[in-house]
Design a protein around this ligand. Sequence first.
Ligand code: ATP
Ligand code: MG
Length: 588
Amino acid sequence: MASTQRQTAANMPDYDAARASFSWEQARAQLSGLPGGGLNIAYEAVDRHAQGPLADTVALRFIRRSGERLELTYAQLLDESERFAGVLRDLGVDRGERVFSLMGRLPELYASALGTLRHGAVFCPLFSAFGPDPVEQRLRLGDARVLVTTPPLYVRKVAHRRERLLGLEHVLLVGDEQEIERITDVEDLRRLMASARRSASIADTRPEEMALLHFTSGTTGTPKGAVHVHEAVVAHHATGALALDLHPQDVFWCTADPGWVTGTSYGIVAPLTHGVCSIVDEADFQVDRWYEILQRERVTVWYTAPTAIRMLMRAGEEVAGEYDLSDLRFVASVGEPLNPEAVEWGRKAFGMPIHDNWWQTETGGIMIANYRSMEVKPGSMGRPLPGIEAAVARRHSKGHPVLARDGTLELVDVGTESGELVLRPGWPSMFRDSLGEQARYRACFRGGWYLTGDLVRRDDEGYFWFVGRGDDVIKSAGHLIGPFEVESALLEHPSVAEAGVIGKPDEIAGELVKAFVSLVPGQTADEELRRELLAFARRRLGSSVAPREIEIVAAVPRNRSGKIMRRLLKARELGLPEGDISTLEPES
Ligand code: ATP
Ligand code: MG
Protein backbone atom coordinates (compact mmCIF):
# COMPACT_ATOMS: atom_id res chain seq x y z
CA MET A 1 0.00 0.00 0.00
CA ALA A 2 1.39 3.37 -0.96
CA SER A 3 1.96 5.43 2.13
CA THR A 4 1.09 9.10 2.47
CA GLN A 5 4.80 9.85 2.44
CA ARG A 6 5.15 8.64 -1.09
CA GLN A 7 2.59 11.20 -2.17
CA THR A 8 4.48 14.32 -1.12
CA ALA A 9 5.10 16.78 -3.93
CA ALA A 10 8.73 17.12 -5.03
CA ASN A 11 10.49 20.17 -3.60
CA MET A 12 11.79 20.90 -7.07
CA PRO A 13 9.08 20.00 -9.58
CA ASP A 14 10.88 21.54 -12.55
CA TYR A 15 14.66 21.55 -12.73
CA ASP A 16 15.01 24.18 -15.46
CA ALA A 17 12.62 26.57 -13.77
CA ALA A 18 14.40 26.11 -10.44
CA ARG A 19 17.77 26.73 -12.07
CA ALA A 20 16.53 29.89 -13.72
CA SER A 21 15.13 31.39 -10.53
CA PHE A 22 17.60 30.11 -7.93
CA SER A 23 19.86 32.42 -5.97
CA TRP A 24 22.06 31.74 -2.96
CA GLU A 25 20.58 34.85 -1.29
CA GLN A 26 17.15 33.25 -1.43
CA ALA A 27 18.60 29.98 -0.15
CA ARG A 28 20.15 31.92 2.74
CA ALA A 29 16.73 33.47 3.45
CA GLN A 30 15.33 29.98 4.14
CA LEU A 31 17.46 29.96 7.27
CA SER A 32 16.93 32.09 10.36
CA GLY A 33 20.32 33.64 10.96
CA LEU A 34 21.38 34.58 14.48
CA PRO A 35 19.15 37.00 16.34
CA GLY A 36 21.88 39.64 16.42
CA GLY A 37 23.06 38.97 12.82
CA GLY A 38 25.67 36.38 11.96
CA LEU A 39 25.22 32.72 11.14
CA ASN A 40 25.89 29.58 13.15
CA ILE A 41 25.34 26.02 11.91
CA ALA A 42 24.18 24.81 15.34
CA TYR A 43 21.53 27.52 15.58
CA GLU A 44 20.05 26.54 12.21
CA ALA A 45 20.23 22.85 13.04
CA VAL A 46 18.93 22.89 16.59
CA ASP A 47 18.03 26.14 18.34
CA ARG A 48 15.45 27.43 15.94
CA HIS A 49 13.55 24.13 16.05
CA ALA A 50 13.97 23.60 19.78
CA GLN A 51 12.49 27.03 20.43
CA GLY A 52 9.54 26.47 18.10
CA PRO A 53 6.84 23.91 17.34
CA LEU A 54 9.38 21.14 16.68
CA ALA A 55 10.76 21.15 20.24
CA ASP A 56 9.31 17.72 21.02
CA THR A 57 9.93 16.19 17.60
CA VAL A 58 12.57 13.48 17.51
CA ALA A 59 15.75 14.93 16.01
CA LEU A 60 18.03 11.90 16.28
CA ARG A 61 17.07 8.30 16.82
CA PHE A 62 20.07 6.18 17.75
CA ILE A 63 20.06 2.46 17.26
CA ARG A 64 22.64 0.90 19.52
CA ARG A 65 24.60 -2.14 18.47
CA SER A 66 22.27 -4.21 20.66
CA GLY A 67 19.26 -2.91 18.75
CA GLU A 68 18.14 -0.74 21.68
CA ARG A 69 16.86 2.69 20.61
CA LEU A 70 17.54 6.05 22.15
CA GLU A 71 15.83 9.21 21.00
CA LEU A 72 16.71 12.86 21.40
CA THR A 73 14.11 15.49 20.62
CA TYR A 74 15.17 18.89 19.31
CA ALA A 75 14.71 20.31 22.83
CA GLN A 76 16.89 17.56 24.33
CA LEU A 77 19.52 17.97 21.64
CA LEU A 78 19.64 21.67 22.43
CA ASP A 79 20.10 20.86 26.12
CA GLU A 80 22.92 18.40 25.34
CA SER A 81 24.73 20.81 23.04
CA GLU A 82 24.35 23.67 25.51
CA ARG A 83 25.92 21.45 28.14
CA PHE A 84 28.79 20.48 25.88
CA ALA A 85 29.36 24.15 25.00
CA GLY A 86 29.28 24.87 28.75
CA VAL A 87 32.02 22.28 29.27
CA LEU A 88 34.18 23.94 26.61
CA ARG A 89 33.59 27.33 28.21
CA ASP A 90 34.56 26.01 31.65
CA LEU A 91 37.72 24.45 30.21
CA GLY A 92 38.67 27.81 28.74
CA VAL A 93 38.48 26.71 25.11
CA ASP A 94 38.50 29.73 22.81
CA ARG A 95 36.59 30.48 19.67
CA GLY A 96 38.28 29.00 16.60
CA GLU A 97 40.15 26.34 18.59
CA ARG A 98 39.85 22.76 17.36
CA VAL A 99 37.77 20.11 19.04
CA PHE A 100 38.34 16.64 17.60
CA SER A 101 36.23 13.55 18.06
CA LEU A 102 37.35 9.96 17.70
CA MET A 103 34.46 7.69 18.52
CA GLY A 104 31.71 5.52 17.13
CA ARG A 105 28.28 6.91 16.32
CA LEU A 106 27.30 7.57 19.93
CA PRO A 107 24.94 10.35 21.07
CA GLU A 108 27.90 12.23 22.59
CA LEU A 109 29.48 12.54 19.14
CA TYR A 110 26.46 14.53 17.97
CA ALA A 111 26.30 16.61 21.15
CA SER A 112 30.02 17.38 20.77
CA ALA A 113 29.63 18.42 17.14
CA LEU A 114 26.73 20.75 17.80
CA GLY A 115 28.10 21.99 21.14
CA THR A 116 31.45 22.83 19.54
CA LEU A 117 29.79 24.81 16.75
CA ARG A 118 27.56 26.57 19.26
CA HIS A 119 30.65 27.56 21.25
CA GLY A 120 32.26 29.00 18.12
CA ALA A 121 35.05 26.42 18.14
CA VAL A 122 35.94 24.22 15.15
CA PHE A 123 34.78 20.62 14.99
CA CYS A 124 36.91 17.92 13.37
CA PRO A 125 35.50 14.36 13.40
CA LEU A 126 37.90 11.45 12.92
CA PHE A 127 36.85 7.98 11.90
CA SER A 128 37.07 5.70 14.95
CA ALA A 129 38.83 2.83 13.16
CA PHE A 130 41.90 4.91 12.28
CA GLY A 131 45.14 3.56 13.69
CA PRO A 132 47.43 5.54 16.03
CA ASP A 133 49.52 7.08 13.21
CA PRO A 134 46.70 8.61 11.19
CA VAL A 135 45.10 9.84 14.42
CA GLU A 136 48.29 11.52 15.58
CA GLN A 137 48.98 13.07 12.15
CA ARG A 138 45.54 14.60 12.00
CA LEU A 139 45.53 15.82 15.60
CA ARG A 140 48.84 17.51 14.91
CA LEU A 141 47.96 18.99 11.56
CA GLY A 142 44.65 20.26 12.91
CA ASP A 143 46.24 21.61 16.10
CA ALA A 144 43.76 19.83 18.36
CA ARG A 145 43.11 21.41 21.73
CA VAL A 146 40.35 19.03 22.81
CA LEU A 147 39.74 15.40 21.94
CA VAL A 148 36.49 13.59 22.70
CA THR A 149 36.88 9.84 22.62
CA THR A 150 36.23 6.61 24.54
CA PRO A 151 38.52 4.84 27.05
CA PRO A 152 39.52 1.93 24.77
CA LEU A 153 40.17 4.18 21.78
CA TYR A 154 42.20 6.57 23.91
CA VAL A 155 44.30 3.85 25.47
CA ARG A 156 44.97 2.07 22.19
CA LYS A 157 45.54 5.05 19.94
CA VAL A 158 46.46 8.22 21.78
CA ALA A 159 47.67 7.70 25.36
CA HIS A 160 51.20 6.55 24.46
CA ARG A 161 51.69 9.57 22.21
CA ARG A 162 50.16 12.13 24.47
CA GLU A 163 53.46 13.79 25.41
CA ARG A 164 54.17 14.45 21.77
CA LEU A 165 50.84 16.21 21.34
CA LEU A 166 51.67 19.32 23.31
CA GLY A 167 48.68 21.36 22.15
CA LEU A 168 46.20 18.66 23.16
CA GLU A 169 45.16 20.00 26.51
CA HIS A 170 41.92 18.19 27.24
CA VAL A 171 40.89 14.64 26.59
CA LEU A 172 37.23 14.03 27.37
CA LEU A 173 36.22 10.41 27.65
CA VAL A 174 32.78 8.88 27.16
CA GLY A 175 32.34 5.52 28.83
CA ASP A 176 32.40 3.59 32.04
CA GLU A 177 33.09 5.88 35.03
CA GLN A 178 35.44 3.50 36.81
CA GLU A 179 37.40 2.77 33.68
CA ILE A 180 37.85 6.50 33.14
CA GLU A 181 38.99 7.01 36.73
CA ARG A 182 41.87 4.62 36.18
CA ILE A 183 43.24 6.65 33.26
CA THR A 184 45.43 9.66 33.99
CA ASP A 185 45.26 13.05 32.38
CA VAL A 186 41.70 12.71 31.09
CA GLU A 187 38.27 13.94 32.13
CA ASP A 188 34.90 12.23 32.25
CA LEU A 189 32.70 13.98 29.69
CA ARG A 190 29.39 12.74 31.07
CA ARG A 191 30.30 13.92 34.54
CA LEU A 192 31.40 17.31 33.24
CA MET A 193 28.22 17.64 31.20
CA ALA A 194 26.02 16.73 34.15
CA SER A 195 27.50 19.46 36.30
CA ALA A 196 28.16 22.11 33.64
CA ARG A 197 26.22 25.34 33.63
CA ARG A 198 24.57 25.22 30.24
CA SER A 199 25.83 27.73 27.75
CA ALA A 200 22.53 29.28 26.77
CA SER A 201 23.94 31.96 24.54
CA ILE A 202 25.30 30.88 21.21
CA ALA A 203 28.54 32.32 19.76
CA ASP A 204 27.78 35.16 17.35
CA THR A 205 29.80 33.60 14.55
CA ARG A 206 30.17 35.36 11.22
CA PRO A 207 29.29 33.38 8.07
CA GLU A 208 32.97 33.25 7.07
CA GLU A 209 34.18 31.97 10.43
CA MET A 210 35.76 28.51 10.39
CA ALA A 211 33.38 25.82 11.62
CA LEU A 212 34.43 22.38 10.40
CA LEU A 213 37.62 20.66 9.43
CA HIS A 214 37.29 17.53 7.30
CA PHE A 215 40.00 15.28 6.03
CA THR A 216 39.56 13.82 2.55
CA SER A 217 39.38 10.05 2.11
CA GLY A 218 43.00 9.62 1.04
CA THR A 219 42.06 7.72 -2.10
CA THR A 220 44.65 9.41 -4.28
CA GLY A 221 47.29 10.26 -1.68
CA THR A 222 47.81 11.79 1.74
CA PRO A 223 44.50 13.14 3.04
CA LYS A 224 44.00 16.91 2.84
CA GLY A 225 42.34 18.98 5.57
CA ALA A 226 39.47 20.92 4.02
CA VAL A 227 38.42 24.00 5.98
CA HIS A 228 34.70 24.85 5.99
CA VAL A 229 32.87 27.84 7.42
CA HIS A 230 29.49 28.43 9.05
CA GLU A 231 28.02 29.67 5.78
CA ALA A 232 28.25 26.08 4.49
CA VAL A 233 24.93 25.48 6.22
CA VAL A 234 23.20 27.41 3.43
CA ALA A 235 24.32 24.73 0.95
CA HIS A 236 23.60 21.86 3.34
CA HIS A 237 20.04 23.08 3.75
CA ALA A 238 19.46 23.86 0.07
CA THR A 239 20.79 20.49 -1.11
CA GLY A 240 18.75 18.72 1.58
CA ALA A 241 15.67 20.23 -0.08
CA LEU A 242 16.62 20.06 -3.75
CA ALA A 243 18.80 16.95 -4.06
CA LEU A 244 17.47 14.80 -1.21
CA ASP A 245 13.92 16.15 -1.35
CA LEU A 246 13.62 16.36 2.46
CA HIS A 247 10.13 17.15 3.77
CA PRO A 248 9.10 17.94 7.35
CA GLN A 249 7.68 14.50 8.20
CA ASP A 250 10.54 12.50 6.73
CA VAL A 251 12.50 9.81 8.51
CA PHE A 252 15.94 10.19 6.97
CA TRP A 253 18.84 7.78 7.15
CA CYS A 254 22.31 8.73 6.00
CA THR A 255 24.50 5.69 6.47
CA ALA A 256 27.86 7.52 6.34
CA ASP A 257 30.00 7.98 9.44
CA PRO A 258 30.59 11.61 10.52
CA GLY A 259 34.32 10.84 10.21
CA TRP A 260 33.71 11.46 6.49
CA VAL A 261 32.20 14.64 5.19
CA THR A 262 28.96 12.94 4.09
CA GLY A 263 28.27 11.80 7.64
CA THR A 264 28.52 15.38 8.89
CA SER A 265 26.98 17.43 6.07
CA TYR A 266 24.11 14.93 5.62
CA GLY A 267 24.33 12.77 8.76
CA ILE A 268 24.12 15.78 11.09
CA VAL A 269 23.58 19.21 9.54
CA ALA A 270 21.18 18.96 6.57
CA PRO A 271 18.47 16.77 8.15
CA LEU A 272 18.48 18.80 11.36
CA THR A 273 18.17 22.12 9.53
CA HIS A 274 15.07 20.59 7.92
CA GLY A 275 13.66 19.52 11.28
CA VAL A 276 13.33 15.89 10.27
CA CYS A 277 14.00 12.74 12.28
CA SER A 278 17.37 11.27 11.46
CA ILE A 279 18.39 7.67 12.07
CA VAL A 280 21.87 6.90 13.40
CA ASP A 281 22.95 3.27 13.48
CA GLU A 282 25.89 2.53 15.71
CA ALA A 283 26.68 -0.75 13.96
CA ASP A 284 28.24 -1.33 10.56
CA PHE A 285 26.72 -2.74 7.42
CA GLN A 286 24.84 -6.02 7.64
CA VAL A 287 22.25 -6.99 5.06
CA ASP A 288 19.48 -8.06 7.47
CA ARG A 289 20.13 -5.31 9.95
CA TRP A 290 19.91 -2.63 7.28
CA TYR A 291 16.69 -3.96 5.77
CA GLU A 292 15.23 -4.24 9.25
CA ILE A 293 16.12 -0.64 10.02
CA LEU A 294 14.57 0.56 6.77
CA GLN A 295 11.40 -1.37 7.60
CA ARG A 296 11.06 -0.82 11.35
CA GLU A 297 12.03 2.84 11.41
CA ARG A 298 9.87 3.51 8.36
CA VAL A 299 12.68 5.31 6.61
CA THR A 300 11.37 7.55 3.84
CA VAL A 301 14.58 9.04 2.43
CA TRP A 302 17.76 7.01 2.37
CA TYR A 303 21.24 8.27 1.50
CA THR A 304 23.84 5.57 1.13
CA ALA A 305 26.83 4.44 -0.93
CA PRO A 306 27.39 2.30 -4.03
CA THR A 307 29.32 -0.36 -2.09
CA ALA A 308 26.36 -0.92 0.22
CA ILE A 309 23.94 -1.07 -2.70
CA ARG A 310 26.12 -3.64 -4.42
CA MET A 311 26.32 -5.73 -1.27
CA LEU A 312 22.52 -5.71 -1.02
CA MET A 313 22.37 -6.68 -4.70
CA ARG A 314 24.62 -9.60 -4.05
CA ALA A 315 22.31 -10.79 -1.28
CA GLY A 316 19.52 -10.94 -3.86
CA GLU A 317 16.41 -9.04 -4.82
CA GLU A 318 14.25 -11.64 -3.05
CA VAL A 319 15.77 -10.61 0.28
CA ALA A 320 14.54 -7.04 -0.27
CA GLY A 321 11.12 -8.53 -1.02
CA GLU A 322 10.91 -10.04 2.48
CA TYR A 323 10.68 -6.57 4.04
CA ASP A 324 7.94 -3.97 3.98
CA LEU A 325 9.71 -0.95 2.53
CA SER A 326 6.55 0.85 1.49
CA ASP A 327 7.49 4.06 3.30
CA LEU A 328 10.70 4.46 1.34
CA ARG A 329 10.21 7.12 -1.31
CA PHE A 330 13.68 8.32 -2.29
CA VAL A 331 17.05 6.59 -2.38
CA ALA A 332 20.28 8.43 -3.14
CA SER A 333 23.90 7.38 -3.32
CA VAL A 334 27.29 9.08 -3.25
CA GLY A 335 31.01 8.49 -2.94
CA GLU A 336 31.84 6.34 -5.92
CA PRO A 337 30.38 5.94 -9.36
CA LEU A 338 27.12 4.03 -9.30
CA ASN A 339 27.08 1.45 -12.07
CA PRO A 340 23.95 1.42 -14.27
CA GLU A 341 23.03 -2.08 -13.14
CA ALA A 342 22.79 -0.86 -9.53
CA VAL A 343 20.47 1.99 -10.54
CA GLU A 344 18.18 -0.48 -12.29
CA TRP A 345 18.33 -2.92 -9.40
CA GLY A 346 16.83 -0.16 -7.24
CA ARG A 347 13.75 -0.21 -9.48
CA LYS A 348 13.29 -3.93 -8.89
CA ALA A 349 14.12 -4.00 -5.19
CA PHE A 350 12.64 -0.68 -4.02
CA GLY A 351 10.37 0.28 -6.87
CA MET A 352 12.47 3.34 -7.70
CA PRO A 353 15.83 4.03 -9.28
CA ILE A 354 18.77 4.90 -7.07
CA HIS A 355 19.64 8.56 -7.47
CA ASP A 356 23.37 9.02 -7.79
CA ASN A 357 24.93 12.32 -6.83
CA TRP A 358 28.44 13.70 -6.94
CA TRP A 359 30.48 15.90 -4.62
CA GLN A 360 33.71 15.84 -2.65
CA THR A 361 35.07 16.91 0.74
CA GLU A 362 36.25 20.17 -0.82
CA THR A 363 32.78 21.08 -2.12
CA GLY A 364 31.20 20.49 1.30
CA GLY A 365 27.85 19.54 -0.20
CA ILE A 366 26.13 17.93 -3.20
CA MET A 367 27.05 19.62 -6.50
CA ILE A 368 25.63 17.35 -9.22
CA ALA A 369 22.62 15.16 -8.69
CA ASN A 370 19.77 13.12 -10.05
CA TYR A 371 16.70 14.88 -8.71
CA ARG A 372 13.39 13.36 -7.80
CA SER A 373 11.51 15.10 -10.60
CA MET A 374 14.06 14.44 -13.31
CA GLU A 375 14.44 11.40 -15.52
CA VAL A 376 17.33 9.23 -14.31
CA LYS A 377 19.82 8.08 -16.90
CA PRO A 378 21.49 5.04 -15.32
CA GLY A 379 25.23 5.62 -15.02
CA SER A 380 24.97 9.42 -15.02
CA MET A 381 25.55 11.49 -11.91
CA GLY A 382 22.84 13.92 -13.00
CA ARG A 383 22.83 17.68 -13.50
CA PRO A 384 24.40 20.52 -11.52
CA LEU A 385 22.50 21.84 -8.54
CA PRO A 386 20.66 25.10 -9.18
CA GLY A 387 23.18 27.78 -8.20
CA ILE A 388 26.12 25.66 -9.36
CA GLU A 389 27.80 26.27 -12.68
CA ALA A 390 29.72 23.21 -13.86
CA ALA A 391 31.73 22.71 -17.03
CA VAL A 392 34.14 20.29 -18.66
CA ALA A 393 37.63 21.64 -19.23
CA ARG A 394 41.09 20.79 -20.42
CA ARG A 395 44.14 22.29 -18.79
CA HIS A 396 46.58 23.75 -21.31
CA SER A 397 50.05 25.04 -21.09
CA LYS A 398 53.24 24.83 -23.00
CA GLY A 399 54.88 21.47 -22.73
CA HIS A 400 52.92 20.25 -19.73
CA PRO A 401 49.39 19.41 -20.70
CA VAL A 402 48.19 18.79 -17.21
CA LEU A 403 49.82 20.46 -14.29
CA ALA A 404 51.73 23.61 -15.24
CA ARG A 405 51.17 26.65 -13.06
CA ASP A 406 50.60 29.09 -15.89
CA GLY A 407 48.09 26.76 -17.51
CA THR A 408 45.02 28.24 -19.07
CA LEU A 409 41.72 26.45 -19.30
CA GLU A 410 39.87 25.48 -22.40
CA LEU A 411 36.24 24.47 -21.99
CA VAL A 412 35.31 21.33 -23.86
CA ASP A 413 32.15 21.10 -25.94
CA VAL A 414 29.21 18.95 -25.09
CA GLY A 415 29.37 15.48 -26.54
CA THR A 416 31.60 12.54 -26.22
CA GLU A 417 34.75 14.42 -25.27
CA SER A 418 35.80 14.02 -21.71
CA GLY A 419 37.70 16.51 -19.60
CA GLU A 420 38.07 17.70 -16.06
CA LEU A 421 34.98 18.67 -14.11
CA VAL A 422 35.31 22.33 -13.09
CA LEU A 423 32.97 24.41 -10.94
CA ARG A 424 32.53 28.16 -10.74
CA PRO A 425 33.65 29.11 -7.18
CA GLY A 426 31.42 30.99 -4.81
CA TRP A 427 28.93 28.47 -3.44
CA PRO A 428 28.56 28.61 0.36
CA SER A 429 30.04 25.22 1.29
CA MET A 430 33.16 25.57 -0.83
CA PHE A 431 36.32 24.84 1.19
CA ARG A 432 38.14 28.00 2.18
CA ASP A 433 41.57 26.48 2.65
CA SER A 434 43.57 23.27 2.61
CA LEU A 435 45.01 23.14 6.08
CA GLY A 436 48.74 23.85 6.03
CA GLU A 437 48.84 23.74 2.23
CA GLN A 438 47.97 27.19 0.93
CA ALA A 439 49.88 26.71 -2.32
CA ARG A 440 48.01 23.51 -3.03
CA TYR A 441 44.74 25.28 -2.29
CA ARG A 442 45.52 28.08 -4.72
CA ALA A 443 46.55 25.57 -7.38
CA CYS A 444 42.99 24.20 -7.37
CA PHE A 445 41.70 27.40 -8.95
CA ARG A 446 42.45 28.51 -12.46
CA GLY A 447 40.85 30.83 -14.99
CA GLY A 448 37.95 31.54 -12.65
CA TRP A 449 37.15 27.86 -12.03
CA TYR A 450 37.71 25.33 -9.27
CA LEU A 451 39.36 22.19 -10.66
CA THR A 452 37.91 19.04 -9.13
CA GLY A 453 40.49 16.53 -10.37
CA ASP A 454 37.71 14.23 -11.70
CA LEU A 455 37.17 13.50 -15.37
CA VAL A 456 33.66 13.63 -16.77
CA ARG A 457 31.69 14.00 -19.95
CA ARG A 458 28.51 16.05 -20.42
CA ASP A 459 25.74 15.07 -22.82
CA ASP A 460 23.54 17.41 -24.83
CA GLU A 461 20.86 17.38 -22.13
CA GLY A 462 23.32 18.64 -19.56
CA TYR A 463 23.76 15.33 -17.70
CA PHE A 464 27.25 14.64 -16.42
CA TRP A 465 28.88 11.20 -16.71
CA PHE A 466 31.78 10.20 -14.52
CA VAL A 467 34.79 8.90 -16.43
CA GLY A 468 37.34 8.47 -13.65
CA ARG A 469 39.59 10.36 -11.33
CA GLY A 470 42.26 12.31 -13.17
CA ASP A 471 44.90 10.12 -11.53
CA ASP A 472 43.20 6.88 -12.52
CA VAL A 473 42.46 7.51 -16.17
CA ILE A 474 44.22 5.12 -18.52
CA LYS A 475 45.92 6.19 -21.72
CA SER A 476 46.11 3.20 -24.01
CA ALA A 477 47.09 3.31 -27.70
CA GLY A 478 45.83 6.85 -28.07
CA HIS A 479 42.55 6.24 -26.21
CA LEU A 480 41.58 7.75 -22.88
CA ILE A 481 39.87 5.02 -20.92
CA GLY A 482 37.96 5.63 -17.71
CA PRO A 483 38.18 2.80 -15.19
CA PHE A 484 34.49 3.24 -14.30
CA GLU A 485 33.29 2.16 -17.74
CA VAL A 486 35.38 -1.00 -17.61
CA GLU A 487 34.44 -1.75 -13.99
CA SER A 488 30.72 -1.26 -14.73
CA ALA A 489 30.90 -3.74 -17.60
CA LEU A 490 32.67 -6.36 -15.48
CA LEU A 491 30.15 -5.87 -12.66
CA GLU A 492 27.41 -6.98 -15.04
CA HIS A 493 28.86 -10.47 -15.07
CA PRO A 494 26.95 -12.56 -12.51
CA SER A 495 30.14 -13.96 -10.96
CA VAL A 496 31.76 -10.58 -10.29
CA ALA A 497 31.30 -8.86 -6.94
CA GLU A 498 33.77 -5.97 -7.20
CA ALA A 499 36.12 -4.69 -9.86
CA GLY A 500 39.08 -2.29 -9.84
CA VAL A 501 40.77 -1.29 -13.08
CA ILE A 502 44.18 0.29 -13.63
CA GLY A 503 46.55 1.21 -16.45
CA LYS A 504 49.67 -0.94 -16.51
CA PRO A 505 52.72 0.48 -18.31
CA ASP A 506 53.23 -1.14 -21.68
CA GLU A 507 55.97 -0.46 -24.20
CA ILE A 508 53.73 -0.44 -27.24
CA ALA A 509 50.38 0.89 -26.05
CA GLY A 510 51.71 3.22 -23.35
CA GLU A 511 49.36 1.59 -20.88
CA LEU A 512 47.22 -1.48 -21.05
CA VAL A 513 44.01 -2.04 -19.14
CA LYS A 514 44.29 -4.46 -16.26
CA ALA A 515 41.33 -5.46 -14.10
CA PHE A 516 41.25 -6.95 -10.63
CA VAL A 517 38.00 -8.63 -9.74
CA SER A 518 36.62 -10.33 -6.66
CA LEU A 519 33.91 -12.95 -7.00
CA VAL A 520 30.50 -13.44 -5.45
CA PRO A 521 30.44 -16.12 -2.73
CA GLY A 522 30.40 -19.66 -4.07
CA GLN A 523 32.28 -18.89 -7.31
CA THR A 524 35.62 -20.55 -7.89
CA ALA A 525 38.51 -18.58 -9.27
CA ASP A 526 39.76 -20.75 -12.09
CA GLU A 527 41.30 -20.24 -15.50
CA GLU A 528 38.03 -20.97 -17.26
CA LEU A 529 36.22 -18.18 -15.45
CA ARG A 530 39.09 -15.77 -16.04
CA ARG A 531 38.92 -16.42 -19.78
CA GLU A 532 35.17 -16.09 -19.74
CA LEU A 533 35.49 -12.69 -18.06
CA LEU A 534 38.03 -11.52 -20.63
CA ALA A 535 35.68 -12.54 -23.45
CA PHE A 536 32.66 -11.06 -21.68
CA ALA A 537 34.42 -7.69 -21.29
CA ARG A 538 35.58 -7.73 -24.90
CA ARG A 539 32.02 -8.30 -26.12
CA ARG A 540 30.73 -5.40 -24.02
CA LEU A 541 33.52 -2.91 -24.49
CA GLY A 542 35.30 -3.74 -27.73
CA SER A 543 38.92 -4.76 -27.90
CA SER A 544 40.47 -1.29 -27.52
CA VAL A 545 38.80 -0.64 -24.15
CA ALA A 546 38.40 -4.15 -22.69
CA PRO A 547 40.99 -5.30 -20.16
CA ARG A 548 43.93 -7.17 -21.62
CA GLU A 549 44.60 -8.78 -18.25
CA ILE A 550 42.22 -9.87 -15.52
CA GLU A 551 43.37 -11.05 -12.14
CA ILE A 552 40.94 -12.65 -9.71
CA VAL A 553 41.62 -11.50 -6.15
CA ALA A 554 40.07 -12.23 -2.77
CA ALA A 555 39.07 -8.57 -2.32
CA VAL A 556 39.56 -5.28 -4.15
CA PRO A 557 41.27 -2.83 -1.75
CA ARG A 558 38.99 -0.06 -0.50
CA ASN A 559 39.39 2.72 1.94
CA ARG A 560 37.27 3.23 5.00
CA SER A 561 34.81 5.39 3.16
CA GLY A 562 34.24 2.59 0.65
CA LYS A 563 36.29 3.82 -2.30
CA ILE A 564 38.39 1.54 -4.48
CA MET A 565 42.06 2.42 -4.07
CA ARG A 566 43.32 2.00 -7.60
CA ARG A 567 46.63 3.65 -6.81
CA LEU A 568 47.29 0.80 -4.38
CA LEU A 569 46.42 -1.84 -6.98
CA LYS A 570 48.84 -0.07 -9.30
CA ALA A 571 51.65 0.25 -6.75
CA ARG A 572 51.35 -3.43 -5.90
CA GLU A 573 51.24 -4.41 -9.54
CA LEU A 574 54.41 -2.44 -10.23
CA GLY A 575 56.16 -3.34 -6.99
CA LEU A 576 56.27 0.31 -5.90
CA PRO A 577 55.88 1.72 -2.37
CA GLU A 578 52.25 1.73 -1.24
CA GLY A 579 52.21 5.38 -0.17
CA ASP A 580 49.78 6.74 2.43
CA ILE A 581 47.45 3.89 3.40
CA SER A 582 46.13 5.49 6.57
CA THR A 583 42.53 5.18 5.41
CA LEU A 584 42.77 1.67 3.96
CA GLU A 585 40.12 -0.81 5.07
CA PRO A 586 41.92 -3.88 6.43
CA GLU A 587 41.59 -6.73 3.97
CA SER A 588 40.01 -9.71 5.64
P1 ATP B 1 41.53 12.15 -1.71
O1 ATP B 1 41.09 13.49 -2.22
O2 ATP B 1 42.24 12.22 -0.41
O3 ATP B 1 42.21 11.33 -2.74
P2 ATP B 1 38.79 11.33 -2.04
O4 ATP B 1 38.79 12.21 -3.24
O5 ATP B 1 38.33 9.93 -2.25
O6 ATP B 1 40.21 11.30 -1.35
P3 ATP B 1 36.42 12.43 -0.87
O7 ATP B 1 36.39 13.89 -0.88
O8 ATP B 1 35.79 11.70 0.26
O9 ATP B 1 37.92 11.97 -0.90
O10 ATP B 1 35.75 11.85 -2.17
C1 ATP B 1 35.38 12.63 -3.26
C2 ATP B 1 35.62 11.89 -4.54
O11 ATP B 1 34.83 10.70 -4.61
C3 ATP B 1 35.25 12.66 -5.78
O12 ATP B 1 36.22 13.58 -6.18
C4 ATP B 1 35.05 11.53 -6.80
O13 ATP B 1 36.29 11.09 -7.32
C5 ATP B 1 34.45 10.43 -5.95
N1 ATP B 1 32.96 10.48 -6.05
C6 ATP B 1 32.09 10.99 -5.18
N2 ATP B 1 30.83 10.84 -5.61
C7 ATP B 1 30.90 10.24 -6.80
C8 ATP B 1 29.93 9.82 -7.77
N3 ATP B 1 28.63 9.97 -7.58
N4 ATP B 1 30.40 9.26 -8.91
C9 ATP B 1 31.72 9.10 -9.11
N5 ATP B 1 32.67 9.46 -8.23
C10 ATP B 1 32.26 10.02 -7.09
MG1 MG C 1 39.68 14.01 -3.60
